[in-house]
Design a protein around this ligand. Structure first.
Ligand code: HEC
Ligand code: HEC
Ligand code: HEC
Ligand code: HEC
Length: 444
């Protein structure tokens, strides 16, 4: 190497170092935008008492407490626990002989989670402890202490003695660092089965994944009621259905039709991440449900998690200029999805009636009848995947309408197969169900 080249090289190195030092000095001199209050008290790992965390983070804590005060409703959601069965009595028929036909209320704020699970009529002496998995900040500590298998084996009443706190900071944060973490072992295992490690996820991805600790489809595996997410084949409705069929799982049997049924649970995470416009654009659950708020110079995430329609300026306006336009789109999308969903329900009820009649007929072709039941099972799970999801389609409108179209088609096929099985064309009758205000019964 000649002398000049060496000189140039040294010159370049000196310049680069100066630039780096300059940048560092500039960065440290710049006032940091304060996103959190200085940590004053030590918080024990997995501390279940949110109030203790709140001493360090008063803005996050007081906004979090707000989830206990929300009572207003939106057109399809909101924070009161209105009855889905009263709003749409078709669901009493669709869940016949299953707990959800007894009481099925809309979700409300995180502060209410523990109260609501203890009050619901679906809970009885046989209810497994597993039902507490998404309701309490005591869980991370209990899982670490006894392991999830032991936790899930306990009865609801027995486990309840160890549970004193509703959802809290420990469900989403690591106390030492305040970073977002996966706390539910079932989520950890479901991600692992897909070859994913959340510790490698970006911060933006964690702003969605942290909600998947609870806002997901799940089932209780085996006699130990082991909490399991059916994600082995993937998280699309098609892939979960395939999984349930492979393992021969059923939640209950439909009375008189004898169909082995599945109940879907709040699959917000799966619906949102199945290629929705927002997810593909890198938007996270927390962007809409926990928009930034300000307390003087401090910027913090609003922990009063609720419908974004109560504060669209902050929830949507951070990205969209025309807030009235996008909230108008929400109204249109939800109305279309709601009406399509009701048409699907009518089709499923027709299928149920036809299968019941064909089952009661001893001359029915049993092979065709079994096919009809399989179509009913699939149709209702697809419908429920949309119905039990809490955004009335907004999280992924195109996907939701595709699923409902398939579900309606499957239900009509089920009805036709049942008519064929019984060789009875009268079972092909198409009805629209409505509530008889006088008798209170649902009838064509
Ligand atoms: C682009 C904004 C946006 C994103 C991202 C988003 N949501 Fe929503 N979410 C909404 C809107 C709008 C509604 C409908 C609210 C209503 O009907 O009042 C909603 C409804 C809900 C509801 C029911 C609220 C109620 O009032 O009953 C839950 C629960 C929910 N979302 C959870 C999630 C989860 C979990 C994620 C991420 C997996 C997510 N959301 C991502 C906008 C969003
Ligand atoms: C530890 C479990 C858990 C985690 C984690 C969790 N949720 Fe929830 N969430 C629930 C439960 C349970 C309810 C229903 C409580 C009730 O109805 O009593 C709920 C209710 C909601 C509601 C309805 C509020 C209302 O006023 O109607 C929204 C919106 C919501 N969650 C969004 C989110 C978002 C966004 C995340 C992630 C940042 C998240 N949740 C993380 C368990 C959880
Ligand atoms: C349902 C999940 C959830 C719960 C429960 C929760 N947080 Fe958070 N928290 C989040 C999310 C999501 C963020 C945004 C993190 C990010 O942007 O990296 C956040 C951010 C924070 C931050 C960072 C500063 C900020 O505001 O963005 C602090 C501090 C914090 N939370 C404190 C708390 C405290 C204290 C509690 C209990 C009272 C709590 N959190 C409960 C999900 C949760
Ligand atoms: C963090 C940014 C962000 C937030 C917050 C956000 N959006 Fe969006 N939204 C986007 C992006 C990016 C797109 C993709 C199209 C585009 O580039 O305009 C989009 C697209 C949309 C579309 C068109 C959807 C489609 O399939 O073409 C609607 C409707 C919409 N958003 C409504 C809302 C509503 C309502 C809220 C608040 C509840 C909201 N958005 C919050 C970033 C955001």
């Amino acid at each position: 190497m000649n002398k000049y080249a060496l000189l140039v090289l040294v010159g370049v190195i000196v310049l680069l170092s100066a630039a780096l030092i300059g940048t560092l000095v500039f960065m440290t001199n710049k006032p940091v935008e304060s996103r959190a209050v200085q940590v004053i008290y030590d918080i024990a790992p997995m501390e279940p008492d949110s109030e203790l965390w709140g001493r360090n983070f008063p803005n996050q804590y007081s906004s979090f407490l707000g989830t206990g005060d929300n009572v207003l409703d939106t057109t399809y959601g909101g924070s009161s626990k209105f009855s889905h069965l009263e709003k749409d009595p078709r669901q009493v028929i669709l869940f016949a002989a299953y707990g959800f036909s007894l009481e099925y209320n809309d979700d409300r704020g995180h502060e209410w989670a523990l109260t609501d699970v203890r009050e619901i009529k679906r809970v009885n002496e046989t209810t497994p402890g597993t039902c507490y998995s998404c309701k309490s900040s005591d869980n991370p500590g209990l899982w670490a202490e006894m392991g999830m298998a032991e936790y899930d084996k306990m009865k609801f009443s027995e486990l309840g003695e160890h549970i004193n706190n509703t959802i809290g900071c420990a469900n989403c944060h690591e106390a030492e660092t305040m970073r977002l973490i996966v706390t539910n072992p079932a989520l950890e295992e479901a991600l692992e089965a897909q070859g994913k490690d959340w510790r490698t996820f970006s911060r933006q991805e964690m702003r969605t994944v942290v909600c998947a600790n609870c806002h997901v489809e799940y089932y209780f595996k085996g006699d130990g009621k082991y909490l399991t997410f059916p994600w082995q084949n993937g998280t699309k409705v098609e892939e979960m259905y395939e999984y349930y069929t492979e393992i021969g799982f059923k939640d209950w049997e439909y009375p008189e039709a004898l169909t082995p049924m599945l109940k879907a649970q709040h699959p917000e995470y799966e619906m949102f991440t199945a290629g929705s416009t927002h997810y593909n654009a890198g938007v996270a659950c927390a962007d809409c449900h926990m928009p930034y708020a300000r307390d003087g110079a401090a910027k913090y995430s609003d922990h009063n998690i609720r419908s974004p329609l109560f504060q669209p300026e902050r929830a949507c306006g951070q990205c969209h200029n025309d807030v009235a336009y996008v909230t108008g789109r929400v109204a249109v999308i939800q109305e279309q999805v709601y009406n399509t969903k009701i048409a699907t329900e009518d089709a499923i009820i027709d299928a149920i009636n036809a299968i019941k009649a064909a089952t009661a007929n001893p001359a029915s072709d049993q092979a065709l009848l079994a096919e009809a039941r399989e179509l009913h099972r699939k149709s209702q799970f697809y419908w429920d995947f949309v119905s039990a999801e809490n955004s009335m389609g907004f999280h992924n409108p195109q996907y939701v309408l595709k699923i409902l179209a398939e579900s309606t088609d499957l239900a009509r096929q089920a009805q036709m197969k049942a008519a064929q099985a019984a060789n009875d064309p009268s079972l092909l009758q198409v009805d629209t169900y409505y509530l008889n205000q006088e008798s209170g019964a649902l009838a064509p």
